[in-house]
Design a protein around this ligand. Structure first.
Ligand SMILES: Nc1c(C(=O)O)ncn1[C@@H]1O[C@H](COP(=O)(O)O)[C@@H](O)[C@H]1O
Length: 165
């Protein structure tokens, strides 16, 4: 399984409560047979572990980090502060503020430390974006992404046909 080989994508999340959202990224990476690792890391609760993770990710062979967090979501930004790897932030929906808090925390990074922010609960797109970054130097993956888009297009055309029936 993809998780066993040397990970190319690192998925981190602030809490196990983020897992149902972040699972959508895992599903996509499995579908594409790209190796990844999953860890719970928190800028607030495990700051040393977060720094270690971010600083050692490149040496481990990780090429893109997907970081999901909710509420005061500092994890993606703080991870980006400690690495030059691209970091994709997933704002996780919250009960109190519906994830607007997470979104604004992740998206409003100061100039100099970018985080590519996807939609609230947009873990699926985070995985696809990570794959597109990897595909820059990977023709096989590029081909798979083209096939993915074609499949999506055909599904929409099928839905359109059904609607007209
Ligand atoms: N936003 C962060 C960070 C961080 O950014 O470092 N660490 C945990 N959390 C978030 O707190 C929420 C509630 O966590 P619990 O369910 O564990 O109380 C989660 O969405 C998590 O991502």
């Amino acid at each position: 399984m993809s998780m066993k080989s040397k990970p190319e994508i690192g998925i981190i999340m602030g809490s196990d409560s983020d897992y149902p959202v972040m699972e959508k990224a895992i599903e996509v990476l499995k579908e594409f047979h790209v190796s990844f690792e999953v860890k719970i890391v928190s800028a607030h609760r495990t700051p040393k572990r977060m720094k270690e993770y971010a600083e050692s990710a490149i040496e481990k062979g990780i090429k893109v980090i997907i970081a999901g967090a909710g509420g005061s979501a500092h994890l993606p930004g703080m991870t980006a502060a400690f690495t030059t790897l691209p970091v994709i932030g997933v704002p996780v929906q919250t009960k109190t503020l519906k994830g607007l808090d997470s979104l604004l925390s992740i998206v409003q990074m100061p100039a100099g430390v970018p985080v590519a922010t996807v939609a609230i609960d947009g873990a699926k797109n985070a995985a696809l974006l990570a794959l597109q970054i990897l595909a820059i130097n990977n023709k096989k993956l590029q081909k798979k992404l083209v096939e993915y888009k074609l499949k999506m297009e055909n599904e929409v055309i099928e839905k359109d046909k059904k609607l007209l029936q």
